[in-house]
Design a protein around this ligand. Structure first.
Ligand SMILES: Cc1ncc(COP(=O)(O)O)c(C=O)c1O
Length: 472
């Protein structure tokens, strides 16, 4: 009888062990690295752009050489001094679980083939519904991030709104379909307009509702534009504006949309996490009455990347829009079939790292983490605003601080110079942005490891760069 080989070869085992030590070394030292890559793009590309070898290379050597070539060209996004964009920080417990995800190699698209993954991912989704205070029975799909979550929710809304008008969009497409009016805030994230483009609803056809100085939808303009909708609309609200962290007034808006038979989706990429914190939950008052929500686990929870969730109150609408069943697939589980609620069929078990992080943190750990981000953002804003010539443009209600220097066009030049200097010093890393006609330094607090000393450091770096630029 033929003897099948099992397990790993010596070479493969050595490759895994090499990667494990490299990962451990990287994460142990990342806070001592410069906060941004010291190697430029051209050099980094040149390091990797080798001719494809004819006969391959030894596995451990490949891992060793990749690690060496990446040196200096990685961005310290997991370091506690990283304040750019809104990226979380890849919590080590999630990274550990992520290593298992790759090792297990489960195709998580089918529940019956991968029961352990279904057990974890289904529990994760139930926990999230509970944490966010959403209605019991809310359907969930684990997707790559908030862009994919917004897109998936818009497809569910498109299905529901057209079905209510007697149109089967999955069968008959959009050509000749009744129009769906769409309302979004003037300061909606680009992921929302992308979702409208991908779904065939058209970014340019959406009505943009006026917003206030924080980026919140103006209720009067909203009521006016809603009254002019000729059919039940899709309305997309926002929990957490990318520059200011502001939240739309959900309580006041959602019932008006429902009175007109419309669908409310909430882009809560990072802001929906406020619902998990008693001290901040007021920011999201009324949000649970929406029809769908998009949220990132790689933001609030610091899950390793590729971790977003689409949540839909009426799960059947999500399934109708997403389900992609093939006759060759095993019998399906009607209550929980991963590929029924995401655009993908085959996929990695992306929920496992978040499941592990939630088990590790527990309810109080999550609340402490999100509240800490908020308190540190306020601490940074207070320090920066005390410096003459520096202005914090937003009310720091959550984790975003929008800072500008001086006034007018000359101020914009100074702001850019200060940001460039802070980034070049590479002790901390805030990123750029633009708000209400001004260039800004955008400080976003979202890393799992960020503490008061890092918040103080980013404020000091901005203040000292400002003093230098102003005098220089
Ligand atoms: C409000 C908002 N929506 C959507 C997104 C897109 O999320 P992702 O990059 O995870 O796709 C972001 C990202 O920062 C965001 O802040």
């Amino acid at each position: 009888m033929t003897q099948l080989s099992t397990g790993l070869t010596v070479e493969e085992r050595a490759a895994l062990a090499t990667a494990y030590s490299a990962a451990l070394a990287y994460r142990s030292n990342v806070s001592h690295h410069p906060a941004r890559p010291s190697v430029g793009l051209d050099e980094a590309v040149a390091r990797f752009r080798l001719p494809l070898s004819d006969h391959g290379e030894q596995a451990p050597q490949v891992i060793t050489e990749i690690t060496a070539a990446a040196e200096g060209a990685l961005h310290a996004m997991t370091a506690p001094g990283f304040f750019g964009y809104v990226l979380g920080g890849s919590h080590p417990v999630g990274v550990a679980a992520d290593a298992l995800v790759s090792a297990w190699g489960q195709n998580a698209g089918s529940s019956t083939e991968t029961p352990a993954i279904t057990g974890m991912e289904r529990t994760l989704c139930d926990w999230l519904v509970e944490l966010f205070g959403l209605p019991e029975g809310t359907g969930a799909g684990l997707v790559t991030g908030a862009s994919a979550a917004n897109f998936s929710a818009v497809l569910a809304a498109r299905h529901a709104l057209l079905a209510a008008q007697g149109w089967d969009v999955e069968q008959d497409g959009l050509i000749g379909a009744p129009a769906i009016p769409v309302l979004i805030g003037a300061d909606a994230h680009s992921a929302v307009t992308a979702a409208l483009r991908y779904s065939g609803l058209g970014a340019g056809r959406a009505q943009r509702v006026a917003t206030d100085e924080q980026g919140r939808i103006d209720p009067a303009d909203f009521a006016d534009k809603l009254a002019r909708c000729e059919a039940p609309p899709l309305v997309i609200l926002q929990a957490g504006q990318i520059n200011t962290g502001a939240f739309d007034p959900f309580e006041a808006l959602i019932s008006q949309v429902h009175d007109r038979g419309g669908w409310v989706h909430v882009d809560g990429a990072f802001g929906l996490w406020a619902t998990a914190v008693p001290e901040l939950a007021h920011l999201c008052a009324g949000v649970a009455r929406a029809d769908s929500w998009a949220v990132d686990l790689h933001k609030g929870l610091s899950a390793p990347f590729d971790a977003g969730v689409v949540l839909v109150r009426d799960r059947a609408m999500l399934v109708a829009a997403m389900s992609a069943r093939g006759a060759y697939l095993p019998a399906q589980n009607a209550e929980w079939e991963p590929s029924d609620s995401t655009p993908e069929l085959s996929r990695r078990a992306r929920g496992v790292p978040s499941y592990a992080i939630l088990r590790h943190l527990g309810r109080s750990g999550v609340a402490e983490l999100i509240l800490r981000h908020h308190r540190l953002a306020r601490r940074i804003a207070t320090a920066v605003a005390a410096e003459p010539g520096l202005t914090v443009l937003n009310d720091v209600v959550f984790n975003q601080v929008a800072i500008c220097c001086g006034d007018g066009p000359e101020g914009d030049r100074l702001t850019e110079a200060v940001l460039k200097q802070v980034q070049a010093q590479a002790r901390v890393y805030p990123s750029h942005g633009a708000w209400r006609g001004r260039q800004i330094i955008r400080v976003s607090v979202s890393g799992y490891a960020t503490r008061a000393e890092h918040a103080d450091l980013v404020a000091e770096e901005i203040i000292s760069a400002w003093r230098g630029v102003r005098e220089g």
